[in-house]
Write a protein that binds this ligand. Sequence first.
Ligand SMILES: Nc1ncnc2c1ncn2[C@@H]1O[C@H](COP(=O)(O)OP(=O)(O)O)[C@@H](O)[C@H]1O
Ligand SMILES: [Mg+2]
Length: 348
Amino acid sequence: MPAAPAPEGVAEVLVVVGAATYHRRSVRKRTAFPMLEGVRVQPIISIRQLSKTYASGFQALKPIDLTINRGEIFALLGPNGAGKTTLISIICGIVNPSSGSVLADGHDVVREYRAAREKIGLVPQELTTDAFETVWNTVSFSRGLFGKSANPAHVEKVLRDLALWNKKDNKIITLSGGMKRRVMIAKALSHEPRILFLDEPTAGVDVDLRRDMWVMVRALRATGVTVILTTHYIDEAEEMADRIGVINKGELILVEGKTALMEKLGRRQLTLQLQAPLVRIPEAMSGYPLELSADGLQLVYTYDAQGESTGIDVLLRRLAEAGIDFKDLKTSQSSLEDIFVSLVRERA
Ligand SMILES: Nc1ncnc2c1ncn2[C@@H]1O[C@H](COP(=O)(O)OP(=O)(O)O)[C@@H](O)[C@H]1O
Ligand SMILES: [Mg+2]
């Protein structure tokens, strides 16, 4: 579809809803994915009303609608058991959906399984490889499974990029855990996928591998590969993602640009331990986001850590003016757990 070049500062978003396609132009001060500024955002994965109930009767996914854009890094964030692996497994054609549909680069993942699967590389959460095969053979064989002709130059590049080249003749069984994980990534990249799924890529890996993984993901994105990773580490999502989806108990409760979400995650609390109990928050302080504990001895102030001003200095001055003394104070950052709880409560 031809599109007029977008004026500076205007992001054009192509929205596809059912059969109807329309353009929406929105003016943004700052875009959540700078590399896409002024560029038409195209969906590469379209998920519509996708749900999953396992044979046990357990509903692992409630109906989900989600679009992943071409060339973005999307992080699916959620606690254990949220349904992350289930969602990825359906997109990769490993698990059948109970309802709904998924298009991967234009191919229905159920009806056009082979065509869809060819576009996708998957690094599963559980590492499984043939222990007695060499690194070289494992990766080359994986390419063959997708019906691609042998391409030793590509396999060599992948192994070099993952610092596996000097291990190419080693049997998998002789490798460390981190090296095995690199082999899994090499396998997933062997057939030159356009979409790469990394399911908990850095759970239990050492700091070096984690850093290498991040560098590798960025390098892949630079070549136009769309990357979807699951994680339960906030810092990982913060470091890597253009957009973040939060999933909890099978429900996709939020999809947002990273910057916007991190502003939410940035909420902090200041807890003041008072000298003497208060019956209520004084009138003069009523404009502040303050909460008093039931025993009247703790005053909790919630503020935005990313904001220009935390307001703590003014708060403490007002408290002093009101004659409220405190003997101790501490600050805490809202945890992912807190955020899930508040998100779920908001949407209850
Ligand atoms: N084959 C299965 N049969 C029944 N329940 C399953 C199956 N696989 C996963 N589940 C359940 O579905 C929920 C979501 O699991 P999963 O997608 O692995 O979550 P996550 O990857 O976010 O930790 C969990 O409660 C899990 O126990
Ligand atoms: Mg999982």
